[in-house]
Design a protein around this ligand. Structure first.
Ligand code: CA
Length: 244
């Protein structure tokens, strides 16, 4: 899916189950007219993962679908708190979904800049002037050990703990997303993605695809295809957004 309107951000997304999993537990959604873009990567037994990620995406989009309001940072935090409650409530109603949860990465584009909120290991990157910068740090055990210097990059990549995340939506009564503010320039491209992309291909490969392919729809598809070809061991989701 994609959108085109000169005054609005443009967006396109692509997702794949990959080559190993039976279900796609990733979810994405966006409303360019409200400046909100979301990717979630669900987890939990049975159908739980895909339910949690869908609920979280839809709750955040729904939160921003009314009249525009002031106070982006607080609103984003409220939307994510609402998503957390919605996932918990659903798990309470259906014992088969107990233990489900989801990561979340959300981009809110406002006239005064961008806000990026995340919980877990789904990421946001900014591609500007042919440079790829990672905006989010993973909320994962391995990433924390990397930052503390108690683990090397090589050890991190092989660690059996690498999928253990330290923040998520729907796993605790409350959630504290990390929220960052950024200034934006015309033509900035943001990539929101699940770890099925970043586990399979390097940041150099991601940057090369974005540099070679200006079309959002085509580059979202190329990124997912590259991760699939590299192994496709997990669900892969890429959402690309370009500022007007
Ligand atoms: Ca994943």
């Amino acid at each position: 899916m994609s959108t085109q309107n000169a005054s609005l951000p443009q967006a396109a997304a692509h997702t794949s189950t990959g080559r190993v999993r039976n279900h796609n537990e990733d979810a994405f959604g966006y409303r360019p007219e409200h400046g909100i873009f979301v990717v979630c990567d669900g987890m939990g037994g049975a159908a739980g993962g895909e339910v949690a990620s869908r609920i979280a995406v839809d709750t955040v989009l729904g939160f921003f679908s009314g009249e525009p309001r002031e106070g982006g940072r607080e609103l984003l935090q409220q939307a994510i708190t609402q998503a957390n409650t919605a996932v918990l409530d659903r798990a309470e109603q259906d014992p088969g979904l107990y233990g489900m949860g989801t990561t979340l990465v959300a981009l809110l584009l406002e006239p005064q800049g961008a806000l990026v909120a995340h919980a877990g290991d789904s990421r946001c990157y900014l591609f500007r002037a042919c440079q790829l910068s990672r905006i989010t740090r993973d909320h994962s055990l391995v990433d924390e050990q990397l930052r503390l210097g108690t683990m090397t990059q090589e050890e991190a990549e092989r660690s059996p703990l690498r999928s253990v995340i330290t923040r998520a939506i729907g796993t605790q009564q409350s959630v504290t997303p990390e929220v960052q503010e950024l200034a934006v320039e015309t033509g900035d491209r943001f990539l929101l993605c699940s770890d099925g992309l970043t586990r399979e291909i390097s940041e150099e490969q991601i940057a090369a695809v974005l540099a070679a392919e200006p079309d959002l729809e085509a580059s979202a598809r190329s990124l997912v295809e590259a991760a699939t070809e590299a192994g496709g061991r997990d669900n892969i989701t890429c959402l690309l957004v370009q500022t007007p």
